[in-house]
Design a protein around this ligand. Structure first.
Ligand SMILES: Nc1nc2c(ncn2[C@@H]2O[C@H](COP(=O)(O)OP(=O)(O)OP(=O)(O)O)[C@@H](O)[C@H]2O)c(=O)[nH]1
Ligand SMILES: [Mg+2]
Length: 446
C-alpha cells in the first residue's frame, strides 16, 4: 500500500505496485536423463519467491521457475504422505520436452491502485501475497524401450541383448542373474531400436512371485514383446512349450493390454539341441496355431499381434541378423502407428490445471456445533490468508469477495442466521444476513 508523495502535490493518489508471482516447480522430460537418481536423496525442491511491490506503481519481480529435468518415461502422481501411497495421476511424461507444473507459485498480492473505484479514491489497503502451493508427489520411471526381451530365467535374454547391441550385461548360468533391466540400442540396416533385457519371470509372477510385479511393470511400455524360450529346456530339463505357455499366461494375467501386445517368439540355444530334436518343430506348430487364433482364425491374415517364431543361438550368432531385422521392421510399423495416436505435448499442464482450478473454486459449508459454521475450500481459504486483518477496509473487501463467490448464499441455504459464527481457516466472522450487509457495502461502494 502506497500513496504518491511529491513536493507541491498535496494529496497524491494511490500508487502501490503489485507483488510478483512466486515461481513454479516444473518437471520436464529430458532425453539426456536416464534415471531418477537425482531425487533419491534430495526430496525438497523450492522455486524462488516473487519480490514485493513498491510505491510509484513499481511491480515486484516474478520468482524464477524451478525446472527439474526427469527422464522421458516418468510418471507423476500425487502422494499422500499420511496414507503412504500414491494417488491421482498428474502426468505421464513420455515425450522429450513434455512438462508439467507440479506446484504453482503463489500470486503476488495486488497493490492498492487496484482497489480504486469512483467513490473510493484512496483505498488504504492492499492484498497480501498468496502462499505457495506445496505438496508431495511420486515419481516413477517406466522403461521406454521399443522391444522387451521377456522370458523365464536363464533362457539367454542377457546373452541376446549382448549379441544384438553394445550392452554388456552380466551373463551367468544361474537364475535371476539380471535384477534390473538393461537397455541396448540395436541396428538393422538403417533402422535402430531400443531393446530392453528384463529380469526373468516365473510362474506366479503376476501375483508378485519372484518380484514379478516389478519386473512385469517394465514390460508395459514396450510396444513389442520378444518372448525368449530356451529350446533345450535348460538345466532342469523343462518343457519349452510349457515354458512358453507359462510366460504367455503371466503376461495376460498381469494386464489385458499385454495379452494383446504384438510379439515375436525366439527359440534360443538352438546350437545346444541334439540332432533331429523335435522340440523346435513342436514349438513352431504351437506358435503358428496361436498366430492363426490371434488373426481370428484366418490362416492368411496377419493380425497386429501375430506371434512368429525365430530360431537362434546367442552363442554362435546363428539367426540373430534375421531376428534383428524382424524386430526393426515390426518396431518401425508400431512407431508409425503410435505417432498417429500420439497426444500432443503440454496437454498434461492444461488437464491438471483445469482440474486444479475446478477443485479450488469449490467450497463446503458444514455446521460446527450450535450457531457455528465452517467454510472450507481452497479459494476461500486463500482469500482469507491474503487479507491484511489489521486493515478494516481490507476485511470488508474480503467479505464482499466471499459474497460474490456465493459463500453468503450457501450459508443462508445451510440455515445460518445473523450473529452465527463463520469459521474459515483460523479466522472467525460474524454472519450477517444479506439485508444487513447490503447497506454497508453500498455505503462503501463495494
Ligand atoms: N549353448 C547356449 N548357451 C546359451 C545361449 N544363450 C545363453 N546361454 C547360456 O545360458 C545361461 C544364461 O544366460 P543369460 O543370458 O544370463 O540368461 P538370462 O535369460 O539373461 O537369465 P536371467 O537374467 O537370470 O533371467 C548362460 O550360462 C549363457 O551362457 C545359447 O544360445 N546357447
Ligand atoms: Mg539376464
Amino acid at each position: 500500500m502506497s500513496f504518491r508523495r511529491e513536493a507541491h502535490v498535496p494529496k497524491g493518489g494511490p500508487d502501490g505496485g503489485d507483488g510478483g508471482h512466486g515461481g513454479n516447480v516444473v518437471l520436464v522430460a529430458d532425453a539426456q536423463k536416464s534415471s531418477l537418481i537425482d531425487f533419491r536423496f534430495k526430496h525438497h525442491f523450492k522455486a524462488t519467491r516473487g519480490t514485493h511491490g513498491k510505491g510509484s506503481k513499481m511491480h515486484g519481480s516474478r520468482g524464477e521457475d524451478l525446472i527439474l529435468p526427469v527422464p522421458v518415461g516418468t510418471i507423476v502422481r500425487t502422494y499422500d504422505e499420511d496414507a503412504g501411497q500414491a494417488g491421482q495421476l498428474i502426468a505421464d511424461l513420455s515425450h522429450d520436452g513434455e512438462r508439467v507444473i507440479v506446484a504453482e507459485g503463489g500470486h503476488g498480492g495486488r497493490g492498492n491502485t487496484h482497489f480504486v473505484t469512483s467513490t473510493r479514491r484512496a483505498p488504504a489497503f492492499a492484498e497480501l501475497g498468496e502462499p505457495a502451493q506445496e505438496g508431495w508427489i511420486e515419481l516413477e520411471m517406466k522403461l521406454l524401450a521399443d522391444a522387451a526381451l521377456v522370458g523365464m530365467p536363464s533362457v539367454g535374454k542377457s546373452s541376446l541383448i549382448a549379441k544384438m547391441s553394445a550392452a554388456k550385461p552380466k551373463i551367468a548360468d544361474y537364475p535371476f542373474t539380471t535384477l534390473s533391466p538393461n537397455l541396448g540400442v540395436a541396428t538393422a540396416g538403417d533402422e535402430s531400436f531400443v531393446l530392453a533385457d528384463v529380469p526373468g519371470l516365473i510362474e506366479g509372477a503376476h501375483e508378485g512371485k519372484g518380484l514379478g510385479h516389478e519386473f512385469l511393470r517394465h514390460i508395459e511400455r514396450s510396444a513389442l514383446i520378444v518372448h525368449v524360450v530356451d529350446i533345450t529346456g535348460g538345466f532342469e530339463g523343462r518343457d519349452p512349450i510349457k515354458d512358453y505357455e507359462i510366460i504367455t499366461h503371466e503376461l495376460a494375467q498381469h494386464a489385458d493390454e499385454l495379452a494383446s501386445r504384438p510379439r515375436i517368439i525366439v527359440a534360443n540355444k538352438a546350437d545346444a539341441l541334439p540332432e533331429g530334436d523335435e522340440r523346435i518343430q513342436a514349438l513352431a506348430e504351437r506358435v503358428r496355431a496361436d498366430s492363426v487364433a490371434a488373426a481370428g482364425g484366418d490362416e492368411f491374415a496377419e493380425s497386429r499381434i501375430c506371434p512368429k517364431l525365430f530360431v537362434v543361438s546367442a552363442l554362435t550368432g546363428a539367426g540373430i541378423d534375421a531376428l534383428k531385422a524382424a524386430i526393426a521392421s515390426k518396431v518401425s510399423a508400431l512407431r508409425a502407428q503410435a505417432a498417429e495416436d500420439a497426444e500432443s505435448t503440454e496437454e498434461f499442464d492444461r488437464v491438471w490445471q483445469l482440474a486444479r482450478e475446478k477443485r479450488d473454486e469449490a467450497f463446503m459449508v458444514t455446521p460446527e456445533g450450535a450457531g457455528a459454521w465452517r467454510v472450507a475450500g481452497r479459494q476461500v481459504e486463500r482469500m482469507v490468508v491474503q487479507t491484511d486483518w489489521d486493515n478494516e477496509e481490507a476485511v470488508l473487501f474480503l467479505q464482499h469477495r466471499m459474497r460474490r463467490l456465493g459463500v453468503d448464499d450457501a450459508l443462508a441455504e445451510a440455515g445460518a442466521r445473523s450473529g452465527d459464527e463463520v469459521r474459515i481457516c483460523e479466522v472467525a466472522f460474524d454472519y450477517e444476513s444479506a439485508d444487513a450487509t447490503e447497506d454497508m457495502f453500498a455505503e462503501l461502494d463495494l
